[in-house]
Design a protein around this ligand. Structure first.
Ligand code: AMP
Ligand code: GLY
Length: 418
């Protein structure tokens, strides 16, 4: 098969790495890719938001399936254009991608089927939003309604903080803002493959969104992850499927916009009861790095079954193992950071079925790997225990020679402390 993956981050490097382990893959192209991806696959400079151009290119190159990594192409209708051109695609239509692109839409779907999620109100003007937080219980959550790359959310402990967040969001013309009740508990990322009404649970992970150790400081795209998440017990999974995932997916079918692809179910779990924090319509980054490390080549078979509507007959073969991904980011991230610094030591890192340095923001300059993004590397390892996987991931991180690089030292702390 000829396979095209869209994206340029650590998630796409991990997807490419897993797909290549499947003998069905004859040719793998990643657009646009990065320095790490270029070592294992062809990279193509394509506009990944232009569905019509992608469909033409995919037809000319006899691409059999397109795997869409990030949300932006999905929200832009790339899956629709590919489907129309008769090309199999792993990723939902633009209409179904609203589950991520519009928080208000997801809230409405939850309300329609009674799925547990935080109470909310939506505003398109500053004054009524300020009035709403004036007597809202604290903490209160203020979010941009739309794609904000994980950075549009403030969990405000004080009214002043909430008001400042509202003023910042409404400084943008046409802003739409959601104000939500705070959900207490422990978060988990739960991944399901969905084709219409068939839901196949794929596994769980936990992300570390804050920049600082002990989960402190500003939110980032994710500073590390591990899989599985022990908070996601069989009973919590059953409840999440019965109370949240299956009813909302049935509602999407009922509305004529069935979801097809990977559903990233962001849950808050308190006393064994899951509530929906958010849906995303793609794999998480860096959760994907852990999932792919554990799934290996079967990931392609599962994505194919999903894209072709054959999920009802698909099975996931999980080993009883654990994976950890430690993210190295550029000093300063998630604020302004330096670019262009050379990264050494990569060639000497182990790369086998248990250990891999996935690249995120890297590029090749004169044959050397340089940092080009905020999150730059995801050192990922698998082990029989979480501690073994963690030690192997940090051993790789410590062998990277990149003076501008920072990382958290405590990835996995909640689960390791259990
Ligand atoms: P989101 O972009 O909606 O996933 O929000 C980013 C992060 O903010 C989540 O992963 C949570 O850590 C936090 N968050 C969002 N909404 C809530 C909520 N209602 N209660 C508590 N924490 C939240
Ligand atoms: N790791 C969180 C996300 O991908 O949104």
């Amino acid at each position: 098969m000829n396979i095209l993956i869209l994206g340029s981050g650590g998630r796409e490097h991990a997807l490419a790495w897993a797909v290549l382990q499947n003998p069905k893959c004859d040719r793998l192209i990643v657009a646009p890719g990065n320095a790490g991806i270029a070592e294992i696959a062809e990279c193509a400079e394509l506009d990944i938001l232009d569905g019509a151009a992608l469909a033409d290119w995919a037809c000319e190159e006899s691409v059999d399936i397109v795997i869409v990594g990030p949300e932006a192409p999905l929200a832009a209708g790339v899956a629709d254009a590919l489907t129309e051109a008769g090309i199999a695609v792993f990723g939902p239509s633009a209409a179904a991608a609203r589950l991520e692109a519009s928080k208000a839409f997801t809230k409405e779907i939850c309300a329609a089927v009674g799925a547990p999620t935080a109470a909310y109100a939506r505003f398109d003007a500053l004054a009524p939003a300020l009035a709403h937080v004036a007597d809202h219980p604290l903490p209160v959550v203020v979010k941009a309604d739309g794609l904000a790359a994980g950075k549009g959310v403030t969990v405000a402990e004080t009214r002043d903080e909430a008001k400042a967040a509202l003023r910042a969001l409404f400084a943008e013309p046409g802003a739409e803002v959601v104000i939500e009740a705070f959900l207490a508990g422990e978060e988990a990322s739960f991944f399901c493959l969905v084709d219409g009404e068939t839901v196949l649970p794929l596994g769980s992970a936990q992300d570390h969104k804050r920049i600082g150790e002990g989960d402190t400081g500003p939110n980032t795209g994710g500073m590390g992850a591990y899989s599985p998440a022990p908070v996601m017990t069989a009973e919590v999974e059953r409840r999440a499927l019965d109370e949240i995932v299956r009813p909302t997916m049935a509602e999407m079918v009922r509305r004529g916009t069935p979801f097809r692809g990977v559903l990233f179910v962001g849950l808050m779990i308190e006393d064994g009861a899951p509530a929906l924090v958010e849906y995303n319509v793609r794999f998480g980054d860096p959760e994907c790095q852990c999932l792919m490390m554990r799934l290996g080549g079967q990931a392609l078979d599962l994505m194919l079954a999903c894209a072709e509507g054959r999920l009802a007959e698909a099975r996931v073969n999980w080993a009883d193992d654990h994976a950890v991904c430690v993210v190295m980011a550029a000093r300063g991230y998630p604020g302004p950071y330096a670019k262009g610094g050379e990264i050494g030591g990569l060639d000497a890192l182990p790369r086998d079925s248990r250990r891999m340095a996935f690249h995120a923001g890297t590029a090749l300059r004169d044959g050397r790997v340089v940092a080009t993004g905020g999150r730059v590397l995801g050192l990922t390892a698998r082990g029989a225990t979480l501690a073994e996987a963690r030690d192997a991931a940090y051993a790789m991180a410590d062998a990277v020679d990149w003076p501008d690089g920072i990382m958290r030292r405590d990835i996995g702390w909640r689960a390791l402390g259990r």
